[in-house]
Write a protein that binds this ligand. Structure first.
Ligand SMILES: [Fe+2]
Ligand SMILES: [Fe+2]
Length: 441
C-alpha cells in the first residue's frame, strides 16, 4: 500500500475580521485570550497557502473549532479558504465542534461587545458538505459524525463528540454503537481506519486527567473500545496543546492519540503526518509569517507573549473582587503575587531555590511554565532547577496532598498527585510530543 500522507490542522478559530475586533472591550477581552482573534484569518490564509504549495500531500484533516465562536460570517469566509485548498487539489475533511454553533457569537465594535449572527448546529452539515459529508460512506445524523475513504483501503472515522446529538465531550453508548457498525464494515472490506475527534481521548499531560473538559469523558473505555476494534490512531485538538500519547487496552491493543495545538495561538503549530506500513511519522511545523509586525520578536515569541500575558492576567484576576476584609486580603495577595520572586517564595516555604532562578518573578515563571506545557516536550526533570524546586514544594505539602488524593480518585483509578505533576513538567514517555517516529502494529 502507498504511504498515507496528510496535514493536520486544528482549532483554527477563524474570525471574519469585518465583523469587528477593536476598541476597549476587545482589548479587555484579549487580556485573557490565548490566541490572536483579529489575525486568525491572516494566519489561516498563510498556512493554507503553504499547504496548497506542497504537491507531495493531497489530504488535509481539521478536527474542529473551525470558527471563533460560530459566527455565520466566519464560517462563510472559512469555507472560501477551504475551497482554495480544494482548487489546489487537496481533499479536506473537517469535523465541527462546540465553538462552531450556538448562540455565543460576538464581535467588538465601538468599544463594546455586540452579538452577531451565529450558526445553528443543523446547518453545519450543509455548510461543510464538500469537506466530509458529501463524500461520506455513512453519516450519523444526530452528531454529524461520519466515515469516509481518504485513501485506497484507508477510512477516516470522524467522531463528533461535541455536538447537539450527544453529551458534550463523550462518546455515548448510542454513538459507540454507530461506530461499531462502521468499524465492522471497514474490517469486512479489508480497510484500516484512522479516527479523528475534537476532544483529546487520552489526557495530553497527566494532570489533565483531573480536568473534566480536558479529555473525553470515560476516556479509558473509549480508548479500549477503539483499540480493541482495530483503530491504532486518533487525531484530536480542543485543548490547544501539542501532545502525543499512547494507551494499551487490557487486551493488549495499542492506540496513539495525536493532539495538535490551536493554529492561531501559541504554540501555533500544525502537523504533517505520514503512515507508511507500520511506521507513523509525525512532524510539527510552525505557522508561517502572516505579515504581522512582531516588533523585533520572532514569530514564535510573538505568539508566546500573548499566551503568557493571558495566563498572568488570569492568575491575578482570580484575586479580584470580594468585600471588606476579604477584598483587602485579596488585594494584598495580588500585590504579593505580582512582585514575589521564586527565591522569596522559597524562603516563605523553607525551600532552597537554585541561584539561576532565584530572581525570577513567580508570576512570570507561572506564565512561562503554562506556555511551555502547551508546546509539549516539557524538559523539567527533577535534575533541573525548576523541577527540583517544584519537587521540593510537593514534598513540603505532602501532608495536604495525601488528604486530597482519595477525593480525586475515580472509578477505582488511584491518583498520585505528585507523580502526575512531575510527569506533567517532564516528558519521560520515550517519544517527543512534536516530532516523533512511532511504530504501529
Ligand atoms: Fe479550540
Ligand atoms: Fe474545543
Amino acid at each position: 500500500m502507498n504511504p498515507v500522507k496528510f496535514y493536520l490542522v486544528t482549532d483554527t478559530h477563524y474570525f471574519e475580521p469585518s465583523l469587528g475586533a477593536s476598541g476597549k472591550a476587545f482589548e479587555d477581552y484579549m487580556k485573557k485570550e490565548q490566541f490572536f482573534m483579529l489575525e486568525s484569518s491572516d494566519i489561516v490564509k498563510a498556512t493554507f497557502e503553504k499547504i496548497a504549495a506542497d504537491d507531495t500531500v493531497d489530504l488535509v484533516l481539521i478536527p474542529g473549532d473551525l470558527s471563533k465562536n460560530g459566527e455565520y460570517e466566519s464560517h462563510k469566509s472559512f469555507v472560501k479558504e477551504l475551497n482554495r485548498l480544494k482548487e489546489a487539489g487537496k481533499k479536506v475533511f473537517v469535523l465541527t465542534a462546540g465553538h462552531d454553533y450556538g448562540e455565543k457569537s460576538r464581535a467588538f465594535v465601538n468599544d463594546e461587545r455586540i452579538e452577531v449572527d451565529g450558526t445553528p448546529f443543523k446547518e453545519l452539515r450543509e455548510i461543510y458538505a464538500d469537506f466530509g459529508y458529501s463524500q461520506a460512506l455513512a453519516v450519523d445524523e444526530a452528531t454529524l459524525s461520519y466515515i469516509s475513504e481518504i485513501a485506497p483501503g484507508v477510512r477516516l472515522l470522524a467522531v463528533n463528540c461535541d455536538s447537539e446529538g450527544n453529551p458534550k465531550g463523550k462518546v455515548d453508548e448510542r454513538l459507540e454503537g454507530w461506530i461499531k457498525i462502521q468499524l465492522d464494515e471497514a474490517k469486512k472490506d479489508g480497510c484500516s481506519v484512522v479516527a479523528m475527534c475534537h476532544y483529546p481521548m487520552i489526557p495530553s499531560v497527566p494532570v489533565f486527567d483531573l480536568v473534566g473538559d480536558a479529555k473525553l469523558k470515560d476516556w479509558r473505555r473509549t480508548a479500549s473500545f477503539l483499540a480493541d476494534n482495530g483503530v491504532e490512531l486518533i487525531l484530536t485538538g480542543h485543548m490547544h496543546i501539542q501532545s502525543i500519547n499512547e494507551y494499551v487496552s487490557e487486551n493488549n491493543n495499542k492506540i496513539f492519540d495525536i493532539c495538535t495545538a490551536c493554529l492561531v495561538g501559541s504554540p501555533a503549530k500544525y502537523r504533517k503526518i505520514i503512515i507508511d506500513g507500520d511506521a507513523l511519522n509525525v512532524e510539527s511545523i510552525n505557522v508561517p509569517d502572516f505579515g504581522v509586525d512582531t516588533k523585533g520578536l520572532t514569530l514564535q515569541e510573538h505568539f508566546d507573549n500573548q499566551f503568557a500575558y493571558s495566563i498572568r492576567n488570569r492568575i491575578l484576576d482570580a484575586l479580584n473582587g470580594g468585600k471588606g476584609a476579604a477584598k483587602a486580603l485579596k488585594g494584598f495577595g495580588k500585590k504579593v503575587l505580582s512582585d514575589i520572586t521564586l527565591g522569596g517564595l522559597g524562603r516563605i516555604l523553607w525551600i532552597r531555590v537554585d541561584d539561576s532562578i532565584k530572581k525570577t518573578k513567580f508570576i512570570d515563571f507561572a506564565g512561562n511554565l503554562g506556555v511551555a506545557i502547551f508546546k509539549g516536550d516539557m524538559p523539567y526533570s527533577t535534575d533541573t532547577p525548576e523541577g527540583k524546586a517544584i519537587a521540593k514544594v510537593l514534598k513540603r505539602f505532602r501532608f495536604i496532598i495525601k488528604k486530597v488524593e482519595p477525593k480525586l480518585s475515580k472509578n477505582g483509578v488511584k491518583v498520585d498527585l505528585a507523580d502526575m505533576l512531575l510527569n506533567t513538567i517532564y516528558n519521560n514517555k520515550g517519544f517527543s510530543d512534536n516530532n516523533a517516529k512511532l511504530k504501529l502494529k
